[in-house]
Design a protein around this ligand. Structure first.
Ligand SMILES: [Zn+2]
Length: 348
C-alpha cells in the first residue's frame, strides 16, 4: 500500500484547517507532526537519543502501524492528537523524510518549513512589515517564481476589482512601492495567493495593514484598511476576505494600497498582474537581482544591452517597437540618460 505522509506546518498555525486526504485515490495524505506520545511515549526533548535515532524509531513505529492496516479513522484520530502539539523539530522530520524516501523510493512531500517560503526568509516577524535585511538576497541572481502552483493549490484572486488610481514607481519625488486601487470604505479586500498572514496590525503610514507570506516566496501587502478580518498566523486561501477597505494611515481618500514584494524588495505588481482583467499575466515570474532590489518580468522577455552610441529611437527601430513602449516597460523618460552595459526591456 502506498501511503504518503504530508506534514503541513500551516496546519499548526491554523488547527482548524482540514487535512488533505485520499490524494489520487491510492495515496493517503496524513499530517504527522509529533510522534512522541503516540509512538512510544518519547518526546523530542529526550537528550540521550540522537535525532537520527528518534527519526528511525518513529519511522519504524509508523511503518508497523501502516503494515498492520490501521484504519483511516484511527489514523485521523492519531493525527488530530498530534496536531495538539505545538513544538516540532524540523530536523527530525527531515531525517524521517529521508528514511521514507530511501524505503519507498518515492518523494514524500514532507514540508519541514514552519512558515511558507521559510527557506528563503528564515524568519517570521509579526510586528514589522519590512523586517528583512539586505543579506537575505545579497547572493541572489535570477530566480523563477511559480504563481500558479498546482501542488500547493495556489491560484490567484484579485485583491479588489477596482480602478487603479496610482501606479508603482516615482511619484512626487518619492517611490510609490505599490499600486492604489479605488474603493469605498467597507468594500471587501481579498487575499491574492494561498499563504499565511504574517502581520495584521496598525503600521505607521500604511494604517491598518495585512501582510501575507505566500508559498511561492512573494509577500503581498494590503494597506489603509478600515477593518481586519484575519490575524497573524491565519492560513489564507486565494480569494479569502482579509479585511474591509478604508482610509487608515497616511491616505487621502479610501483606497487599497497593494504591494507585491520578494524578500522584502518591492516588485511592480503590474509585472505579474493585469489590473484591467484582474488576473495573472502568466503562470510564472522571473525575478532578476539588481543593485537595489529585483526587476520582475515574464519568462521569455527580451532585453537589449545598451552600447555606446545607442539612443531610444535607434533601439526602438531595431526591435520594431516604439520609444513610448520602451519608456513604459522600463519606467524611464524619453530624456533618461542611457548607460552602456545596462539592460532595457524590449518586449512586454
Ligand atoms: Zn499607494
Amino acid at each position: 500500500m502506498l501511503i504518503k505522509i504530508y506534514v503541513s506546518f500551516a496546519s499548526v498555525l491554523n488547527k482548524k484547517e482540514e487535512m488533505n486526504l485520499a490524494k489520487n485515490g491510492i495515496a493517503t495524505v496524513f499530517c504527522i507532526l509529533f510522534l512522541g506520545n503516540i509512538l512510544g511515549g518519547e518526546g523530542f526533548e529526550t537528550t540521550e537519543v540522537s535525532k537520527e535515532g528518534l527519526a528511525l524509531s518513529y519511522f519504524d513505529a509508523l511503518k508497523e502501524k501502516f503494515e498492520k492496516g490501521v484504519g483511516k479513522q484511527d489514523l485521523l484520530h492519531l493525527v488530530d492528537s498530534l496536531l495538539e502539539k505545538e513544538s516540532v523539530d524540523p530536523e527530525i522530520l527531515s531525517l524521517l523524510n529521508t528514511k521514507i524516501n530511501e524505503t519507498y523510493g518515492d518523494p514524500w512531500p514532507i514540508d519541514t518549513n514552519p512558515y511558507p517560503a521559510h527557506n528563503l526568509y528564515h524568519s517570521w516577524n509579526t510586528l514589522l512589515p519590512h523586517p528583512y535585511k539586505n543579506d537575505i538576497c545579497s547572493h541572489d541572481s535570477e530566480s523563477t517564481v511559480c504563481l500558479t502552483d498546482q501542488y500547493m493549490d495556489c491560484g490567484y484572486n484579485h485583491p479588489f476589482k477596482g480602478v487603479v488610481t496610482s501606479r508603482f514607481g516615482w511619484r512626487d519625488g518619492r517611490h510609490h512601492n505599490g499600486i492604489d486601487i479605488d474603493l469605498v470604505r467597507g468594500d471587501t479586500v481579498v487575499n491574492a495567493f494561498r499563504g499565511v498572514v504574517r502581520l495584521a496590525k496598525w503600521t505607521g503610514g500604511y494604517g491598518r495593514t495585512v501582510v501575507v507570506r505566500h508559498h511561492n516566496g512573494l509577500e503581498t501587502i494590503y494597506a489603509h484598511l478600515y477593518k481586519f478580518l484575519v490575524k497573524a498566523g491565519d492560513v489564507v486561501d486565494p480569494g479569502q476576505a482579509i479585511g474591509r477597505g478604508g482610509n487608515s494611515g497616511a491616505s487621502r481618500g479610501s483606497h487599497l494600497h497593494f504591494e507585491t514584494r520578494y524578500k522584502g524588495k518591492p516588485v511592480n505588481p503590474e509585472s505579474l498582474i493585469d489590473f484591467k482583467r484582474f488576473k495573472l499575466l502568466s503562470d510564472s515570474l522571473v525575478l532578476r537581482k539588481t543593485k537595489s532590489g529585483f526587476v520582475a518580468f515574464q519568462p521569455g522577455t527580451l532585453f537589449h544591452k545598451i552600447k555606446g552610441g545607442d539612443y531610444l529611437y535607434k533601439i526602438a527601430n531595431q526591435y520594431g517597437i516604439t520609444v513610448n513602449q520602451i519608456c513604459k516597460w522600463n519606467g524611464i523618460k524619453r530624456n533618461t540618460i542611457l548607460i552602456a552595459g545596462r539592460e532595457l526591456k524590449v518586449s512586454k
